[in-house]
Design a protein around this ligand. Structure first.
Ligand code: ADP
Ligand code: MG
Length: 321
């Protein structure tokens, strides 16, 4: 049985380039570039809540870091460092090797250095803190939206939730659609390049982790403005378009969660510049709504006829017609 220290040394100690000091001391040491501030965010994944027991360890390593990098992307921050707090029921070296491989493959792709953490026995739990750099005046905050701004979303929402609905037996997806949706669910791609490109262009931003409507609602709340989404304009993947269950499609698009796309606001005179970013980021960018003076309480979703779609107070599980 490897000890706690064997685990840290074997699986989580790697040379650092940017940090002054990484894993192995009481603290890591990092300098911040002149003119930058540190953007810091933590996300925890808990077994049986965020992932099934028996979930693929490499995919978990990827996803645990990806969901954190998504927060940096939503802030317009460049990823730099991470710490990893791990609770494990046992020292399963096969699991550790796979987990580390998934984690470091994504970390390397985004230039993230693992500089510390904690390792303990307990119910499986993965808590990652990421640190990134951003010039303070260019950080993409939730409270920066202005009345009259457009609401944009990257990629498509609802695919991860559609994959989950298949796993729950609610829908039966074709093989190709299932493979696509499960990749969206288990291996999200954090929109870091888009976040960086939106510096100075977006007025507000958030990453879509809890469902599009709820998350754009947070921009409204923090900015003190009303947000409206046009249901017919929401981008849909081929997998979602092939789904005949309209109720499920609505739930997935608006409330699915686990999308890890960026939703952001930008002034109408920035439309052409935002649209041009689609090519740079290799991503669909779609204008899906607007922000106006009004009560920030709940996002208003309008159907193709301009009628307000009825929304359950608990979220978007039940819709009127
Ligand atoms: P302390 O007793 O000071 O908390 P630990 O013995 O827990 O230190 O950890 C020793 C070193 O290993 C520290 O530098 C810590 O940041 C690092 N570390 C522990 N667990 C991990 C992990 N899962 N990933 C990365 N670094 C880790
Ligand atoms: Mg410790």
């Amino acid at each position: 049985m490897p000890s706690e220290f064997d685990i840290i040394r074997r699986y989580f100690t790697r040379p650092v380039k940017r940090a002054l000091l990484g894993v192995g001391d009481d603290c890591a040491l990092m300098a911040i570039q002149a003119g930058m501030v540190m953007a810091v965010s933590t996300d925890m994944l808990v077994e049986d809540r965020h992932f099934f027991s028996g979930a693929d360890a490499a995919l978990l390593g990827h996803k645990a870091l990806a969901v954190n990098l998504s927060d940096l992307a939503a802030m317009g921050a460049a990823p730099r460092y991470a710490t990893l707090a791990l609770a494990l029921p046992d020292a399963d070296e096969g699991w550790l090797a796979q987990f580390a491989q998934g984690f470091f493959t994504l970390a390397d792709a985004f230039g993230v250095e693992l500089v510390g953490g904690d390792t303990t026995r307990g119910p499986r739990n993965i808590s990652i803190t990421v640190m990134g750099e951003v010039p303070p005046e260019l950080a993409l905050r939730r409270d920066g939206a202005k009345a009259g701004d457009d609401v944009w979303v990257s990629g498509c929402t609802g695919d991860a939730a559609l994959g989950l609905a298949h796993l729950a037996g609610r829908v039966r997806l074709e093989d190709a659609a299932l493979a696509y949706c499960l990749a969206r669910l288990h291996a999200p791609s954090p929109r870091v390049a888009l976040g960086l490109a939106l510096r100075g262009l977006a007025s507000g931003a958030i990453d879509v982790s809890d469902g599009l409507a709820a998350d754009v609602g947070h921009i409204g709340e923090r900015s003190g403005l009303a947000v409206e989404l046009r249901y017919a304009d929401l981008p849909r993947s081929p997998a979602l378009m092939a789904c005949a269950d309209d109720q499920l499609v609505r739930e997935c698009l608006l409330a699915g969660g686990d999308d890890y796309e960026l939703a952001f606001t930008a002034a109408p005179d920035a439309r052409a510049r935002v649209a041009a970013l689609a090519g740079v980021a290799g991503l669909l960018l779609t204008r899906v709504g607007s922000v106006s003076i009004g009560e920030a309480r709940q996002v208003c979703v309008r159907d193709a006829d301009g009628k307000t779609m009825k929304i359950d107070s608990k979220g978007f599980d039940h819709f009127g017609s």
